[in-house]
Design a protein around this ligand. Structure first.
Ligand code: CA
Length: 228
């Protein structure tokens, strides 16, 4: 799950970024509307948290341009207190929800979860691979209906592999899904996540192959692995 925060107040931006990263979202953060436009054009996000008062290009214009090109990504707008007009204008321009500053982080996180769930409900958030199921919105994996104990990062790796089942996924694609721009990706981190996942999945007959020099491949489930 990747979130873009567009906020020019450095303290608030920092607090939001930390808090969402602690909840295992990949987070990118930019401080003005022009950089927001660049980020939105070059990367796909599951949610945008958008401040309205921004340098260079305000949040309304960022939102207007985003919706004009047909992007459906959920947008949570941050507005000043008593700014009813701003809220109405934001919603009219295609924002999905708004929060009034100052707000509590738990409330923000609840809205984030709800918006991401809503954003995915149309897209079918249940991935199925043989006996393995992954609920991308609920961030849960099950095997024959029994929950699998996976860390958030292991779930992230599994999600990418399942979305591209039968095709090779390289380390860069996995890293992109798991980290924000300014987070360090340890050279071996991806290998470690894949190794752990493989250990947990192999007893169930789910194989992640290493394709040397290219990446990883989740093998298509064999007929004996399909649910009865
Ligand atoms: Ca601002």
């Amino acid at each position: 799950m990747r979130i873009l925060i567009v906020e020019d107040d450095p303290l608030l931006a920092d607090g939001l970024t930390r808090s969402l990263r602690q909840s295992d979202y990949a987070v990118d953060c930019v401080g003005d509307g022009v950089r927001a436009g660049h980020a939105l054009a070059s990367q796909s996000y599951d949610l945008v948290i958008l401040d309205l008062g921004l340098p260079r290009l305000d949040g309304f214009e960022v939102l207007r341009r985003l919706r004009r090109r047909g992007a459906a990504v959920p947008v949570l707008v941050l507005t000043a207190r008593d700014a009813l007009e701003d809220r109405v204008k934001g919603l009219d321009l295609g924002a999905d929800d708004y929060l009034t500053k100052p707000f509590d982080l738990p409330e923000l996180e609840a809205r984030v979860r709800a918006l991401i769930r809503r954003g995915q409900s149309g897209g079918g958030s249940q991935l199925v691979h043989g006996r393995l199921q992954l609920d991308t919105a609920g961030r849960r994996a099950t095997l024959d209906g029994a929950p699998l104990e996976l860390s958030a990062r292991e779930l992230g790796v599994l999600e990418v592999l399942m979305l591209r089942s039968g095709r090779v996924v390289n380390k860069e694609q996995l890293a992109e899904q798991l980290y924000g721009w300014d987070e360090e990706v340890g050279a071996n981190a991806i290998e470690v996540y894949v190794h752990r996942l493989r250990r947990k999945l192999e007893p169930a007959g789910v194989a992640i192959r290493t394709i040397r020099g290219l990446g990883y491949l989740l093998e298509k489930p064999g007929p004996e692995q399909r649910p009865a």
